[in-house]
Each structure stands twice: as C-alpha cells, then as structure tokens.
Write a protein that binds this ligand. Structure first.
Ligand code: 6PG
Length: 626
C-alpha cells in the first residue's frame, strides 16, 4: 500500500536531513513542508513574527492535498514540524490509514546544542522553548531518538516499512483462517498468530501459511510478543477468537506489548455491552478498540463477508482500507462494510442480524413442516422453494433447497437429523435487548423459544403420547404458503430494524438504517433480495411499516397468512413465527386495544393509576375499585 511518510519534530531535530536520506533510500519523492508556505506566511516569518494556528491551516491543507495526490500513485516523504495533534489531523485527513508518522525526538539541550553548532544557524532558547511548549507528542508514531546517526535512523524507518506487516490476525480458527487468506489475496502484508498448545495445537500458524500460496509473504507466529513486534505502528490487530472470557484474556495477553495508539479489532460475535466495557478499558490504556460484526460464515469470510464495525470514527478510518478491502461488494460494487456508529453499535447490529437470521431460518423450517405435513417429500419441497426464488430469493432459501435435496443412502439426510436446534447465544441476547429496550421483536423471541422447545425432545415425545396431538392433513395451496412466508419476513425485518432504531435512540448512536440494509445485501447470512428492496425504503423512514408499497404488499398477503395460520392451528401444527407475525400485525394495527383492562387491573391492586380518554390533559387517575 502506498504511504505518506510524515517526518515530524521541533525545529532543529534534523527532519530535512532524515527526509532527504529516506527519500533516496526508498527512491520516492521528498517534500519539505517549509517550501509550501503561502507568501503571507513567508513575509510574516521573515519579519520574525511567529505563525499562529490560523496562518498554519491553509498551509497544512496544502500539504494534505499534496499527500493525497502523491499517494494515489506512489509513496512519498513529507517533512513538517506537525507539533500539535490538530495539525497532524489536518495533514492526514482522508488518508489516515495511509499516513505513517515518524517522530524525531530529542531533549531541549540536545537540540539547542545541535542547532547552535550549525554554521549560520542560531535559534534563541526562547524560540526553541516555544516549540517544546507547543509540542504534543504523537501517540501513534515511530519514535526515533535524534542521538542516533542519521543513517541509523533511516535504516530503522526502512526496516519498519520492509519487515513489518500492516495488519495482524490473531486466532486461526475457521473464521480467522478464511479472513487471513482473504486479506492476503487482497495484497495486504499480514502477520498471523495462533497459540501453541503442546500435543493439541502445534505449528498452526506456520502450517497454515505453508498450505496456502497466497500467504507466502505473511509472517506466522505462536509467540505474542514477536507477533506484536512484527506489526507497523500503529498496530492493527484483528482478534478472531471465541467471544466471551477468551476475548478478555487475549486482550490482557496483548496489552503488555502494545503501544499508545495501537488498534484492536474484535471480529467475534461479542456482546455489544461488553464491547463498550472493553472500549472504555482499553481507552484507559490509550489503546483504540473497534467492535466488528462479521457475517458470512467460513465461505463469506474467505470470499467477502458483510462487516459491521462500531466504535470511534477516527479509529475506523485507520482500519477502513483493510475491512472494506476484504468485504463483499454490493450490486454497485461498494463494500458491504460501513462505519455503523459509536461504541458497541457494530456488535449490536450484528446481534440483531443474527436475531433476524433465527427468524428467517424458523420461517423456512415452518414452511418445510407445512409441506411435509401435506405429504411432500424433501425433493418436492425443494422444488417448490426453488420456484419461489424469483419472488423471494435469499441465501437462506438457497441453502435450504440444497439441504432438502441432500441424500443419505436411500433416504434424505434431513430425515435423519435429530430435531433439536442448538444456538450460541446471539438470539438470546437479541431477545434480552428487545425486552430491555421495550421494542417488541416478538418474532425473534418466538424463533429463539422454538429452538428451546425443540430441545425438550424427551418431554415432547412423552407429551405427544399423553395429549395425543398430531397434525392432520392440511388443506393449503403453495401460493398461500409463499405469501404467508413473505408476510412473516416483512414483519421480521420491520421488528429487527425497529429494534436497531430504538437502540440508536437509547444509546445516542447515529445509525443509518438504509446503509445497514445495504451492507446486508451481500456477504452475510441474511442477504436477500428483500434487503436490497429495503435500501430506498429506509432512506425515507426507519419504520418500514409506514411505506405505502410495504403496506399494500402486507394487505395483499394478509388473507393468505390468515388462512395458513388458521389452518395450522386447526390441524394442530405449530408455526411459532408465522402465527406470531400475523398476531403482531393485528395488534400493531389495533387502535383500541385491550390494554385498558391491564391498566384498570394495575390500578386496582397496586394504585398504579391510569389515563382517561375523556381527559386530554394526560393526567393520571386512581379509582377506589371496591
Ligand atoms: C453469521 C452467522 C454466524 C453464526 C452464528 C449463529 O452471520 O455468519 O450468524 O455468526 O452462524 O453464530 O449461531 P447460532 O445459530 O449457533 O446461535
């Protein structure tokens, strides 16, 4: 990757000498910032008047433009005192991740002595002191002591550039391996790490590197310190480890070797509240933290996942080229990765993605059970679902078709799979969040509880005998089932997006739901044609149920879902998400609900008070009910 190497430090630290030597060593252009001052600044300086911030802004912007232009074709060296962070922010604006900072540091006495030795140069102690007073030391620079010989300094910079990787991947599980290969295929120089456990996990990183030609230039490690030291500063390390306690343990293992300004990226399915805690914890240690939701499974991670990053926007800019570089692309060729928002918002959005995923899976399972009860075999069901692709295509629909067609001996494999659905916790967290935020994502809860109910296999079998409930022949046509499925999916997406929108308000995250739908159009497990259709809808309103086209679709689909759910209930076939979706819309569209009774009951036993429809002041009333 092309880089702008900014060499900074107080006047007299030797920036120009180092810059010139470095540009010769690397055969890249050299620019001395002092040559780019506007006339007004030159006039001021020649009168001995120091420049103020305002004088500097235009000049810094010119240097930033120069860097931006140069980096399009080649790396370059720009020398500029860059004493304040604010100045450096201007210099690297828009090229944050492509800016490398070299800070030449020395003590006041060292520099004073050195400057005054130079023939024709004299700097007053007061002037030098004012430089030191202004200096805000950079936290993410390669700091080099000016007492070293210039050749040695240049050697160190070259070594840093040559030998050091730009990105580190920690944890070579299924996802970590695929992401490493994806990064390497995109041309990034990476270091990869996996721990060494004698007897069970040996030589993982080196064997993995050797097994894949694209990893030829990557550096494999099993020692944390060596891994960290192999990375360019600021270090960018993506953690691909099991979410939970392991993430904290790994962070604590890394901290002793990290420097101020380094960046940790958590790519696991971490709880968004933990992400905020980790962000604060690492901030107290001057380490940046980005919580990143990654969806797409093993294949997505390799070919292009959907990536949902959250945290500090400036930190995101420093990792953007890597994350956006490896992400899937949408229909316009844009990366399915966008800065989601502050704190744990990236992991929150990924969590809700998984909640929506649970419902999409459950709806397909319900469709399967309906057709199965109607006597269709898996191949026939696959054919029906295949024919739906033109109306409701999605990744999950596609894989369900493949699953239904898979044979195992004379039978279909699905017929041999135990009907107990597992989970790793993200559906559980989404259901907790939905309750905590008071945003009723009832389908996600239903899908989760359907999995939990499935787990009571033994009890279900016993109850089946005792209650004698068994679904009988259903009288439905496949178009009605398709319509019901589509209806359920619309309510699912409404509820999931509403939950994200409510979280945005509760946590003061600035979220763009249309962008979130866009990054769900490719790479992720819930990618679908519907996600694509939601992009313009969400530009108008976060609530998709206010959209005229969605309203008319639901109205059209409603008779079918009424019929399908009613028939399933009459024939005693459980369809948790389909029935919840229609129940939810019935409740959502009720202007006068039964909640008046709840309020009266609350007031009766607990004097919780209620509001009256004939009192527009909104005052609360209490009645002595008996
Ligand atoms: C993805 C998936 C992925 C994984 C989840 C689901 O987006 O790539 O959501 O994160 O499949 O862990 O897990 P459970 O169904 O086991 O809860």
């Amino acid at each position: 990757m092309n880089q702008v190497i900014y060499i900074m430090g107080v006047s007299g630290c030797g920036k120009s000498t180092i810059g010139n030597l470095l540009s010769e060593a690397l055969k890249i252009p050299f620019f001395d910032g002092d040559d780019f001052h506007p006339e007004a600044n030159v006039a001021k300086m020649s009168k001995g008047i120091p420049l103020n911030d305002e004088d500097r802004f235009g000049w810094l912007q010119t240097l930033n433009e120069l860097g931006k232009k140069q980096v399009e074709n080649n790396s370059c060296v720009i020398v500029c005192s860059g004493l304040k962070q604010m100045y450096r922010d201007i210099l690297s604006k828009g090229i944050e991740s492509k800016s490398m900072w070299v800070y030449l540091s020395g003590s006041f006495n060292q520099i004073e002595e050195r400057v005054n030795k130079r023939s024709g140069h004299f700097m007053s102690s007061a002037l030098l002191q004012s430089q030191f007073d202004t200096l805000e030391e950079p936290i993410n620079a390669l700091q080099l002591d000016i007492s070293l010989k210039p050749e040695e300094i240049v050697k160190k910079i070259v070594k840093e550039l040559d030998m050091k990787s730009e990105f580190g991947l920690f944890g070579l599980g299924v996802m970590g391996k695929s992401l490493s290969r994806n990064l390497a295929q995109k041309g990034f120089n990476i270091s990869i790490f996996n721990r060494e456990v004698k007897g069970s996990e040996e030589n993982i990183a080196i064997d993995f590197k050797n097994a894949h030609s694209e990893l030829e230039k990557s550096q494999p490690f099993s020692n944390v310190e060596a891994f960290v030291n192999s990375l360019q500063i600021p270090r960018r390390i993506m953690l691909m480890v099991n979410a939970g306690k392991i993430t904290d343990m790994v962070i604590d293992d890394l901290i002793p070797y990290l420097s101020d300004g380094d960046i940790l990226i958590d790519g696991g399915n971490s709880n968004y509240l933990k992400t905020k805690e980790r962000y604060d914890y690492l901030k107290s240690k001057n380490i940046n933290f980005i919580g990143v939701g990654v969806s797409g499974g093993e294949e997505g991670a390799l070919k292009g996942p959907s990536i949902m990053p959250g945290g500090n926007k400036e930190t995101y800019e420093l990792v953007k080229p890597y994350l956006e570089g490896i992400a899937a692309k949408d229909t316009n060729g844009l990366p399915c990765c966008t800065y989601v928002g502050e704190e744990g918002s990236g992991h929150f959005v990924k969590m809700v993605h998984n909640g929506i995923e649970y419902v999409e899976m459950q709806l397909l399972a319900e469709v399967y059970t309906i057709f199965n009860t109607m006597g269709r075999n898996p191949d026939e069901i696959a054919n029906i679902l295949e024919s739906w692709k033109s109306d409701v295509d999605s990744y999950l629909l596609g894989i369900t078709v493949d699953i239904l067609r898979k044979k195992d001996g004379d039978d279909w494999l699905v017929n041999k799979i135990v009907d107990k659905a597992g989970n790793k916790g993200t559906g559980n967290w989404t259901t907790i969040a939905t309750a905590q935020l008071g945003a009723p994502s009832t389908l996600i809860a239903s899908a989760l509880f359907a999995r939990y109910t499935s787990f009571y296999k033994e009890e279900r079998c016993n109850a089946n005998e005792k209650f004698g409930i068994s679904p009988s022949e259903l009288n439905l046509n496949s178009d009605d089932v398709l319509n019901a499925y589509q209806f359920g999916r619309i309510i699912n997406h409404y509820q999931g997006l509403k939950l994200i929108s409510e979280a945005g308000k509760a946590y003061s995250w600035t979220l763009n739901l249309s962008e979130i739908a866009r990054i769900w159009t490719n790479g992720c497990i819930i990618k679908s044609d519907f996600a694509e259709a939601l992009i313009p809808v969400l530009k108008e309103d976060d609530n998709i149920l206010t959209n005229p086209s969605i309203i008319s679709q639901l109205k059209e689909l409603k008779p079918s879902i009424n019929k399908v759910v009613a028939e399933c209930i009459l024939r005693e076939l459980p369809v948790a998400c389909l029935s919840e979706s229609v129940n939810f819309l019935n409740a959502y569209t009720t202007s006068n609900s039964s909640a008046n009774i709840i309020q009266a009951q609350r007031d009766y036993f607990g004097a919780h008070t209620y509001q009256r429809i004939d009192d527009l002041s909104g005052d609360f009333h209490h009645t002595n009910w008996n």
